[in-house]
Write a protein that binds this ligand. Structure first.
Ligand code: ADP
Ligand code: MG
Length: 617
């Protein structure tokens, strides 16, 4: 349109669009799911605002929170309309083109590598998938605070914005008009759209209607002239026709003609899966729901889930998933972003997915939702954040989450606790190795949990896995370690370093290995911090074997040795100067190596020194 104001797409967005428009990706269907998801988000937003201000919804049709899909088969236009929050002119400019989301370049890279567009929604750029099927897109939008505007683009590097003076007023909300490419004509078929909505949007909480065409038989008296082409206007005459028919009973012949009528057909049943009894929900339904909330529509199943109803003072329903994979930035942004994947609902009304009071940071990898009956609906987010029942909810969620994680181990036939079972009859192939998978993806979160959550430290320590001098390349647990402890062994021995290979050569292990003691290898930098918080487990103390204080059961006093080497140790101490070493002692921790430098009990281990140095560089 000549009157429109022109804007350039931000460079990364422009690249993204180029790639999409030229993509050979065969699953073009995903655009519909992305548009419906955006419509649903917009409806969630206006509904949330309406909780504290009823006026925002307006009256009549405007107040209906719904999604409407229409086809214009002649003009090859598919339009999706919502009565959501809408976008102001500024929103249109910012959200659809000039401000790139943080995920944009990450997604561009990913797509260039794999060509797979299925995760587009996860990266926050789902809207642009419209260019898989359309070569020209109009976004008509009306926000309560602004006039109605049209955004339009042919994906040629720029977009236009104009005040809308020609379309029907929307009242409020957004209509996306896709001018379909020739190759995408299949999306003009009612049945195709019905199938897609069923497949991808079954968990959308708002009604989705299709302006569906229907062939109906209309009876007309046969004595009429054969010019019934002109008779299409008989839409209103159906009932009249019937009376006519009654009157004219003597006339034997009637004729039926096909006629196309349109009506809004509801395509989804808006089932809130979490409100149903866990017994009634199938594994397949949980998996599909997981795909929809994770915006990861691959074939993967979640590693685990828990679905429960909490009763008592604070009532809520919750559904939590352990995803099949950690997002690549889970730990990168651990301390700087507030990012939980938990959605909060109050009596089925979506409140927020940025509610950090519900789960501790270390459980941010979980996905799911909480629907509370106790929290008030008509208060601001800030007020909600301070509500007293949040603490109770949080506490229960942590418990349930840790139970769920423990269950992954309990059900895994590869796990130690099951390996020794004689009865392998109900061994579940599908669960085999699942805990190792969990540990590789999210083990660090468990360690961060031990550091951060004193209350659940022991529960979390149970979930800990590591390799040791006796684990034979497999992961082992503290319980397993304890079961293998030698009689008379009081402490749990561990050593820290950068790799297992390096540690295996350590002189600190010589004598311990010779005497058949097991030593845990901690090789992740976070382990050093971990061991500052994890002092004991089941009454056993942790002893770093490279530190002072190592005791190997009952050992003969080495008083004689001490005396005979007194001259040497004294000389050594002065030779090294007292600021370099605290003391020089006769020790029984070594076997072949003549001497070794040991860190004091409360000081940093040598490995920790290295970590700290690396951090300050
Ligand atoms: P995401 O949905 O992950 O934010 P999208 O690329 O799908 O990313 O959408 C970009 C943004 O455009 C949204 O965040 C929203 O602000 C805006 N938007 C898209 N569709 C709509 C809509 N139907 N109503 C209101 N805003 C919308
Ligand atoms: Mg989206």
């Amino acid at each position: 349109r000549s009157s429109s104001e022109k804007f350039e797409f931000q460079a990364e967005v422009s690249r993204l669009m180029d790639i999409i428009i030229n993509s050979l990706y065969s699953n073009k269907d995903i655009f519909l799911r992305e548009l419906i998801s955006n419509a649903s988000d917009a409806l969630d937003k206006i509904r949330f605002l309406s909780l504290t201000d009823k006026e925002v919804l307006g009256e009549g049709d405007n107040a209906k929170l719904e999604i409407l899909i229409k086809l214009d088969k002649e003009k090859k236009i598919l339009s999706i309309r919502d009565r959501g929050i809408g976008m102001t002119k500024e929103d249109l400019i910012k959200n659809l083109g000039t401000i790139a989301k943080s995920g944009t370049s990450a997604f561009v890279e990913k797509m260039q590598a794999s060509g797979d567009l299925n995760l587009i929604g996860q990266f926050g750029v789902g809207f642009y998938s419209v260019y898989l099927v359309a070569d020209y897109v109009e976004v008509i939008s009306k926000h309560n605070d602004d006039k109605q505007y049209v955004w339009e683009s042919k994906a040629d590097g720029s977009f236009g914005i104009s005040e809308d003076t020609w379309n029907e007023p929307l009242g409020r909300g957004t209509e996306i008009r896709l001018h379909l490419r020739n190759e995408a004509k299949e999306y003009l078929d009612d049945n195709k759209l019905k199938e897609l909505v069923k497949k991808y949007s079954e968990f959308i909480n708002f009604p989705i209607y299709l302006w569906a065409s229907k062939e109906v038989d209309v009876e007309v008296p046969s004595d009429e002239e054969e010019s019934s082409d002109e008779e299409e206007s008989s839409e209103t005459s159906t009932s009249e026709g019937e009376t006519e028919e009654d009157e004219a009973e003597s006339k034997p012949k009637k004729k039926t003609v096909k006629e196309t009528t349109y009506e809004w057909e509801l395509l989804n049943d808006m089932k809130a899966i979490w409100l149903r009894s866990p017994k009634e929900v199938t594994e397949e339904e949980y998996t599909k729901f997981y795909h929809s909330i994770s915006k990861d529509f691959g074939d993967e199943k979640p590693l685990a889930w828990t679905h429960f109803v909490a009763e008592g003072d604070v009532e809520f329903k919750a559904l939590l998933f352990v995803p099949h994979k950690a997002p690549s930035d889970l730990y990168e942004s651990y301390y700087n972003t507030k990012k939980s994947n938990l959605k909060l609902y109050v009596r089925r009304v979506f409140i927020s997915d940025e509610f950090d009071e519900l789960l501790p940071k270390f459980l941010n990898f979980l996905m799911g939702l909480v629907d509370s009956d106790t929290l008030p609906l008509n208060v601001s987010r800030e007020m909600l954040q301070q509500h007293s029942s949040l603490k109770t909810i949080k506490k229960k969620l942590i418990r349930k989450a840790l139970d769920m994680i423990r269950r992954i181990a309990d059900e895994d036939p590869d796990e130690y606790s099951n390996r020794n079972k004689t009865d392998n009859s109900n061994e579940n192939e599908e669960k085999k190795g699942q805990y190792t998978k969990f540990w590789n993806e999210f083990g660090k979160s468990i360690k961060l949990g031990i550091i951060e959550d004193a209350q659940n430290r022991n529960r979390l320590a149970k979930l800990l896995r590591f390799e040791s001098t006796k684990s034979e390349g497999k992961l082992t647990s503290l319980d397993e370690y304890i079961s293998r402890m030698k009689t008379g062994q009081k402490d749990i021995f561990y050593i820290t370093g950068t790799s297992k290979e390096q540690l295996e050569k350590s002189p600190f292990l010589e004598r311990l290995t010779k005497k058949n003691y097991e030593v845990i290898f901690f090789t992740d930098p976070v382990d050093e911090y971990l061991m500052q918080y994890l002092m004991d487990y089941e009454d056993k103390h942790f002893q770093n074997v490279s530190k002072e204080g190592l005791e190997l059961g009952k050992e003969s006093k080495n008083k004689d040795l001490k005396d005979s080497f007194k001259v040497l140790t004294k000389w050594w101490k002065t030779a090294l100067a007292s600021e370099n070493v605290d003391s020089v002692k006769i020790s029984n921790r070594l076997d072949n190596t003549p001497c070794v430098v040991v860190t004091s009990k409360y000081g940093w281990s040598a490995n920790m020194e290295k970590i700290m140095q690396a951090q300050t560089l």
